[in-house]
Design a binder for this molecule. Structure first.
Ligand code: ADP
Ligand code: MG
Length: 709
């Protein structure tokens, strides 16, 4: 899956300062990089086509330090060493015998062996002339008491010795690319690095002892001094974080500029619904509703985030907010990331508003032709009060009569692009409520939401029982099946989640279809399967049969991860749990434990289990606290992966690593605020430079906001 390029990129490229053009050029513009290698780079960098910029922002994962120079008697037990040796005898393997080619090497203190696999003798004789001295550098290993160096990284004579890099970056790689090749490409790109204006405050740079951007980037790929490495990286990380915070502040400023319209509603319909609820609202829900209504009633535009762990009851809060807008004569919209979820919301909300006369409608990619046309007309004439749908809601041609409140559910699934599309739909006065279940640590929240107002659902509805979570190897699947037989006999319903639909040649993941077949044999007529490839109507039908209890087991890919609510389901089985992120496991587990029955979650893993995976599954067993899980996940995996950046459209940091540079984020936010307070349109010389920074880190959308209004 590639990094999703900004769909506006093509349009905006015209506006990009031409000084940056060389960096946005395709990697094939580098000498020595052909189509084939370009493909490898694209794979390595998770993009469709790699540009120079992508290579430059590919951060080394470590360093090889060749500064340790020694004699043979001083060779380390392991690690990289650099030494001068005299070349001794060559031992070519006899024809047809599969042993390595060996060369003796010695100095005054002892003897060692250089080892080569599959290399031509002529070449080795040329490179290692018997009796001559050579500087060699490479990884040391030992066989009994003899030191070996297998395929030295460098072999140089005395004159060329200074060509050996003492510190060498090691890059994350993909098959077919070596660190040397990546570094070579990076050096090629560095040679084309234009002279960029300084966008950071010079006083601040001095105080931090940070170099300029170019120097920092150069030394990232060509480190000369170990203690400079950290500072260089900090500078680059801060550049990226500042670009992120500046972009968010611009979005927020733009959104806040419009004053809102009071729409607290009369409360008649609202109270009717609250009285009819089959449960008592929790205090947390009441508080959130109170905060939201206060915002909506005021003259300010609401931009609020409602954060609440899975199952904390966000939907009803959203509904009550939407009703306030409708009671005030406006329309409401509820956008959700998947079609399943849209339908589920429609069904649930329809029940809750029965008898109120409110008109709900559904719009997804599936509504086409005449149905869609009629819908559009009803929407425009105001015959629809609340429109529920997927991102189809904000496509061209969808016009509301007067949209008062837009709610975005499971916001982490949508990117800044959708937020901007929504921005364009609403005439600047639409209140905005975004909801997320993803418990985001504070640092990460800043990068995604900037400084939105936040309401939190800190408690779950009363009476929820803790979920019994167990971790066990797939080899014990027979026990799992036996347990399922017992549970199903008492009327329980279970989800069974598999990671992939089709056999992949690369990874041996459980196959949902195969699992479905085997479970269907075990439990005839009671198993259904749901996955992303099914047509919409087929998905609905399966969901419906599971909801009504006609099916007892729902085999699924991760399509049920977000939002699905079947309170009667009390068992969650997750296969290859070690392949899922913690946040995802938490979301999946959140599908159960919603009803009165005691629920359980079985995390099946494939042996052998790595250390990190073990730690992750242990956390799942220990706690159901989403925040704690998120913090641990951040520690274990780093921010990028944590939320599944690719799907979620979260800003993907390339130079900053929040687990290391998280502290800088708050500074960057304050900095961005200060910058925009002084220079709201980025028109001063520094402002101009900061625009370049925004383009460089592809936060272009924000620049568009500068020119609009
Ligand atoms: P989420 O926050 O994950 O979106 P939902 O809104 O889907 O959670 O609510 C989860 C379940 O809890 C639903 O079945 C809903 O009807 C129920 N629920 C919501 N609020 C309460 C409450 N105050 N008491 C009991 N059940 C509630
Ligand atoms: Mg929800």
């Amino acid at each position: 899956m590639g990094l999703h390029r900004n769909p506006f990129a093509a349009k905006l490229a015209i506006m990009r300062p031409s000084i940056l053009n060389p960096l946005f050029a395709d990697i094939t513009t580098l000498k020595g990089v052909g189509e084939k290698m370009a493909k490898l780079f694209a794979k390595l960098l998770h993009v469709d086509a790699a540009r120079l910029l992508d290579v430059l922002f590919h951060v080394p994962s470590g360093l090889i330090d060749r500064r340790f120079k020694c004699t043979i008697s001083q060779l380390p037990v392991q690690g990289v060493a650099t030494l001068e040796v005299k070349i001794g005898q060559h031992h070519a393997p006899p024809r047809g015998v599969k042993v390595p080619y060996r060369i003796d090497a010695y100095d005054d203190t002892g003897q060692m062996t250089l080892v080569f696999f599959t290399t031509y003798a002529d070449q080795l004789l040329r490179q290692f002339p018997v009796g001559e001295k050579r500087f060699i550098s490479g990884e040391i290993s030992w066989f009994r008491s003899e030191a070996k160096m297998t395929h030295p990284d460098y072999v140089l004579n005395a004159e060329d010795f200074d060509k050996m890099p003492m510190l060498e970056p090691v890059y994350p790689l993909t098959a077919g690319l070596s660190s040397k090749l990546v570094q070579k490409a990076a050096h090629g790109a560095l040679a084309k690095l234009p002279d960029l204006p300084e966008w950071q405050d010079s006083e601040w740079l001095k105080r931090q002892q940070w170099p300029d951007f170019t120097t920092a980037l150069r030394s990232l790929h060509n480190p000369l001094e170990l203690n400079a490495v950290g500072l260089n990286r900090l500078r680059l990380a801060y550049d990226e974080l500042l670009a992120n915070q500046l972009a968010l502040s611009l979005v927020r400023n733009q959104m806040k500029r419009a004053s809102g319209r009071p729409m607290g509603g009369t409360g008649t319909i609202r109270n009717k619904i609250i009285n009819k609820l089959p449960y008592q609202l929790t205090n947390a829900q009441l508080n959130a509703i109170f905060e939201i209504l206060a915002d909506m009633t005021s003259n300010h535009r609401m931009i609020r985030l409602l954060q609440g762990d899975v199952g904390s009851g966000k939907t009803v809060v959203a509904l009550l907010a939407l009703i306030a807008a409708v009671e005030s004569g406006f329309q409401g919209a509820l956008m959700v990331p998947t079609e399943i979820l849209a339908r589920q919301h429609l069904a649930n909300l329809s029940k809750l508003i029965e008898g109120t006369g409110l008109r709900l409608a559904l719009l997804t990619g599936r509504e086409k032709g005449k149905v869609r046309e009629e819908l559009m007309q009803a929407l425009q004439s105001g015959d629809i009060d609340i429109l529920i749908g997927t991102h189809a809601l904000f496509q061209d041609g969808v016009t509301f009569k007067d949209l008062g409140l837009a709610v975005i559910d499971e916001q982490h699934r949508f990117g800044v692009h959708q937020r901007l599309a929504l921005q364009a739909k609403s005439p600047g006065q639409t209140d905005l409520l975004v909801m997320t279940a993803t418990p985001i640590p504070r640092t990460l929240a800043l990068t995604v939401y900037g400084d939105m107002d936040v309401s939190k659902l800190t408690e779950k509805p009363a009476g929820r029982l803790p979920i019994d979570t167990r971790v066990l190897p797939t080899s014990r699947i027979d026990d799992v099946l036996a347990g399922l037989h017992r549970s199903l006999a008492t009327g329980a319903r279970a989800y069974w989640v598999c990671p992939l639909v089709e056999e992949s040649e690369f990874v041996d993941l459980a196959n949902a279809e195969k699992r479905f077949e085997s479970l269907a044999t075990e439990f005839p007529n009671r198993v259904g399967i749901i996955h992303g490839r099914l047509k919409g109507a087929e998905k609905d039908a399966v969901m419906e049969r599971f909801k009504t209890g006609e099916l007892s087991i729902l085999v699924s890919t991760t399509v049920i991860e977000v939002g699905v609510d079947v309170p009667e389901a009390s068992i969650m089985v997750i296969e290859n749990a070690e392949r899922f992120g913690l946040a995802q496991l938490h979301q999946l587990r959140g599908r159960v434990g919603r009803g009165a029955a005691k629920s359980s979650c079985l995390l099946l893993y494939q042996d052998p289990l790595g250390e990190t995976a073990k730690a992750r599954l242990a956390i799942m067993r220990e706690t159901e606290d989403g925040f704690r899980i998120a913090e641990e996940d951040l520690k274990l995996r780093g921010a990028g992966e944590m939320l599944g950046t690719q799907q979620s459209g979260l800003p993907l940091f390339r130079l900053a690593d929040l687990s290391i540079h998280g502290d800088l984020l708050a500074t960057a936010r304050d900095d961005a605020g200060l910058i925009l307070a002084r220079d709201p349109k980025l028109q001063t010389p520094r402002g101009e430079a900061l625009r370049t920074l925004l383009y460089l880190f592809e936060r272009d959308e924000a620049i568009k906001l500068l020119s609009s209004g």
